[in-house]
Write a protein that binds this ligand. Structure first.
Ligand code: ZN
Length: 303
């Protein structure tokens, strides 16, 4: 199984140019990339043609990196035309680059009854473009335990939505951290998803942490094995369903820390955030080592 990493945590903060970022990841030893097409930092989604997109293609080829999956832009408003256009553009970019799987977020709804019809209507508008390009939508599990507006947190709910389309271009992305925020059994959920699983987001967090008086759930996107997700359960599930995708790390440590602001002499003080690139580089070496170790322990590592 190829080891992959998301590009956005880096292109947003440290290496603005995606092609430079790809060289950086290849140099660390990664074999595949999850291309972030969800932010203003990605030139491929901003251009009208495919000039920069071609450079990404060339760099990936030179670095022997598989472009297997991508992040689409997302909105909580189904009528946001800018996001609809941006999602269409990201499908076209994926089609051009041969990226099989584009991860999308569901629209939150006031009631559970609206969840399926609202999301079926929303995603259906993209079907002609998915068919034309051959790109799959992978619908991701979102929301923590007390979030009543995100209905698609579990394998059962995701399966219900995807089965509604009954279409080869609709699959699921299982996010280990989001699953943990709902305190779900990773093995049970991933095996229920089964052949519908197109790709994964691997990261860690601590849940449940019960602070007296409040229940705390924070989507920290920590390095795997730095939280309390049972990754034996997760990897065994990937093996048992015959998953053929990449092992894709979607970490954001230590940028996403969720701390309260410190106001000193009238000003918010953030001297320690973001971390300097020298520290990030060291942490990237560690992240790669952890990912490789996890795959090696299950004889999944590919040289
Ligand atoms: Zn995710």
């Amino acid at each position: 199984m190829k080891l992959s990493v998301v590009s956005g945590g880096y292109t947003r903060f440290f290496i603005p140019d995606t092609c430079e970022a790809l060289k950086y990841f290849a140099n660390l030893g990664y074999q595949a990339i999850d291309l972030s097409l969800d932010g203003p930092y990605e030139k491929a989604t901003k251009e009208t043609g495919f000039e920069y997109t071609k450079q990404i293609q060339k760099t990936a080829k030179e670095c022997n990196l598989l472009l297997y999956q991508a992040h689409a832009p997302a909105s909580t408003d189904p009528n946001n035309q800018d996001i609809i256009k941006a999602i269409s553009r990201s499908i076209e970019v994926c089609g051009f680059l041969g990226i099989e799987n584009l991860v999308v977020h569901t629209i939150p709804t006031e009631t559970k009854e609206e969840a399926i019809p609202v999301n079926v209507a929303y995603f259906s508008q993209f079907i002609p473009l998915l068919e034309k390009t051959g790109v799959n939508f992978c619908i991701e599990n979102l929301g923590n335990f007390n979030d009543i507006h995100h209905y698609f947190k579990t394998a059962d709910a995701l399966n219900e939505l995807v089965d509604n389309f009954n279409h080869k271009n609709f699959k699921i992305c299982w996010d280990t951290g989001h699953g943990n925020l709902t305190n779900l059994d990773q093995y049970e959920n991933v095996t229920k998803i089964g052949s519908r699983l197109g790709c994964v987001h691997v990261h860690d967090n601590y849940y449940p942490i019960f602070v007296p008086g409040e229940q705390y759930a924070f989507d920290g996107h920590n390095f795997p094995l730095f939280g309390n997700i049972n990754f034996d359960a997760f990897i065994q599930a990937l093996i048992d369903i015959g998953y053929k995708g990449t092992f894709n790390l979607e970490t954001d440590t230590p940028n996403r820390r969720g701390h309260r602001d410190f106001v000193y002499k009238g000003e918010v003080t953030l001297k320690l955030k973001p971390i300097p690139f020298e520290i990030r580089e060291k942490s990237d070496e560690l992240l790669f080592t952890i990912g490789k170790y996890m795959l090696q322990r299950y004889n999944l590592w590919e040289e």
